[in-house]
Design a protein around this ligand. Structure first.
Ligand SMILES: [Ca+2]
Ligand SMILES: [Ca+2]
Ligand SMILES: [Ca+2]
Length: 302
């Protein structure tokens, strides 16, 4: 049990209004920039085997993105490519949240272990994703297979036999690190590549020689609605601007104070994703209040 909060917020404190009066509102109004939500669907998807082989030769249509250890010495890692639009992250803005959702079919989880962890990794080179395995030279791309499961991790989630409903919407959401996604997308856009690739890998494969895999049959079942998707919220970075109007003022304070009184991000009454937890440590406490107060005094988002 944590010690109770000791600093009590004593806002609202309309300092900016007293100092700047109506001018503050007049100055602020043109700076209001609403966040933009962008949904990207994977344009390319598939897997590489631990023999360095793309599955494009044995799957037609949307690629199967089976992932994991097959129990026979062979392993698979999957990949997804999302097309980016030039200018989609305007100067001075960033990806403020990124949610990856992967489609599953009913028997996707195959492991003797009660859970496995699936993580999405940075991809250095996606140039082999579109190649058909039409000759033996396309085998043995071990570097591509390795690329899908090492380097920067954008996000991860636990998979269990019951992680998704048996019927209905079969998307498993995964929260990605928005700063890492912003960095990579901006690099890709600046290079003119205009796409963003991720590699998926089960990071909990144990040494036991039994199948530990997920997302089987994903290339053959059209019923789950479509390819994996990536939902981005793009906007001005300003964490204390809780209502997204590019100012940190009394309206934000009301939201902050409510969260501060709840304290724990796990509290069911806390808004989803716990936006008032500004230092991302799982609680809304005095550390967050110090950050909030500084932004409140600055009033305008950078
Ligand atoms: Ca395992
Ligand atoms: Ca605000
Ligand atoms: Ca916190």
């Amino acid at each position: 049990m944590r010690a109770p909060n000791t600093i009590r917020p004593i806002f609202p404190r309309p300092r900016y209004a007293a100092v700047f009066g109506a001018a503050a509102i007049a100055i602020a109004a043109p700076l209001v920039r609403a966040d933009t939500t962008v949904t990207l669907w994977a344009s390319v998807q598939g897997l590489f085997t631990s023999y360095g082989q793309n599955n494009k030769n044995f799957n037609t249509g949307p690629g199967n993105y089976l992932c994991g250890y097959m129990g026979n010495g062979s392993a698979m890692r999957n990949y997804f490519v999302f097309n980016l639009t030039p200018g989609m992250i305007p100067a001075g803005q960033q990806v403020k949240s990124a949610t990856f959702e992967i489609g599953t079919v009913f028997n996707h989880y195959q492991s003797l272990d009660p859970s496995e962890t699936y993580a999405l990794f940075h991809v250095n080179d996606s140039s082999y994703f579109d190649l058909l395995d039409v000759n033996t030279s396309i085998w043995l791309h071990y570097s591509t297979y390795n690329d899908l499961g090492d380097g920067i991790i954008y996000g991860s989630r636990e998979l269990t036999p019951n992680a998704e409903p048996f019927q209905g919407i079969r998307y498993l959401p995964m929260t990605l690190d928005p700063a890492k996604v912003t960095n990579e997308m901006k690099l890709r856009l600046a290079s003119g590549a205009n796409n963003f690739a991720v590699g998926g890998h089960l990071t909990t494969i144990s040494s036991g020689n039994y199948r530990q895999a997920c997302f089987g049959f994903s290339g053959s079942d059209p019923s789950w609605g479509g390819p994996p998707k990536l939902t981005l919220i793009i906007g001005v970075p300003c964490p204390a601007d809780l209502n997204g109007d590019s100012m940190v003022d009394d309206a934000d304070f009301v939201q902050f104070a409510s969260a501060y009184n709840l304290l724990d991000c796990a509290d069911p009454a806390m808004p989803s994703n716990c936006p008032s937890d500004l230092n991302k440590d799982g609680v809304v406490d005095d550390s967050d209040f110090v950050i909030f107060a500084a932004a409140y005094n600055a009033l305008l988002c950078p």
